[in-house]
Design a protein around this ligand. Sequence first.
Ligand code: ZN
Length: 345
Amino acid sequence: MNELLKNLTEAVGVSSNEKEVRLLIRDLIADYVDEWHVDALGNLLALKKGTGASPLRVLVDAHMDEVGLMITDIDSNGTLKFEGVGGFNDRTLLGKVVQVGPKKITGVIGARPVHLLEANQRNSVVKMDAMRIDIGAKNKDAANGKVNVGDFAAFVTEYEELGVTAVGKAFDDRAGCAALVELLRARPYPFDLYASFSVQEEVGLRGAEVAAYGINPDVALVLECTPAYDLPNENDVSPNVALGKGPSIYVMDRVTIQDPRLVGHITRTAVANGIPFQIRQPGGGGTNTAVIQRTRGGIPAATIAVPGRHAHTPTMIINLEDYANVVKLAEATLRSLTPDVIKRN
Ligand SMILES: [Zn+2]
């Protein structure tokens, strides 16, 4: 059992509410870094001093937050109205168990049951505003004592390993956080390595923008979990990331073209070390690379990701060999990174 992934994915950290994850990571890295602090937005920033062989300042980022819900109202019958925090497809929510607020009150996301629907309603998607979280309260007063408007609700999914795959919540991006913890626990790099475990990625890449500004690195690497779309495959979908085929390297997404020199360095490193990899197909999505790249005078940046099925739902699946290969590829990429890689002529 991968305890690091288990502990990190079972921790709760809906965007802006990352404290539980931050404290966990702080304890995991404290003995392996030279300095750490928490900035004003809540990013956990750490420095692992290098051997002094290279003058580069290198940033590696992974976001701590996960998608979740926020309670917006309490109905007279004691059920909770909510909004999404981060991107969701409403249809993935019904019937899921959540934990609400700091007291972690258990609730179930429900809507009018199938027996009571008109024929035409059965075929349409229930919208989020027609769903409620049921915490078993008998009326508004009873619910009020347990939860407050503005409380966050997080999904509850126990981490489990099924052979070479792992099932859990929030692999996006606790898999990246776990990989970054492993990088910090390795021997020193030729350069000073700065780590940002950033906040509020899922609501607009907010934490990393501040972290990168504060750290002011020469180059940055983002560790992510990117949607695998290899299931179901009866439709003719454009080729995309598949589970088990190795780390996924971003080249272009909705908001970024990854630094081509870094993409070249990463793919050459993979080939040289016999690490499998796949190019993530250009298209939607975006990572913290987008804001890091545009910080200050511009910072060359690229993203390596663990493929994850069922992204932005309460339950994801990753392949543990893909995860291990992301750690391997990120470490090899860093150890062979020289100022020449990002030199402009
Ligand atoms: Zn992510």
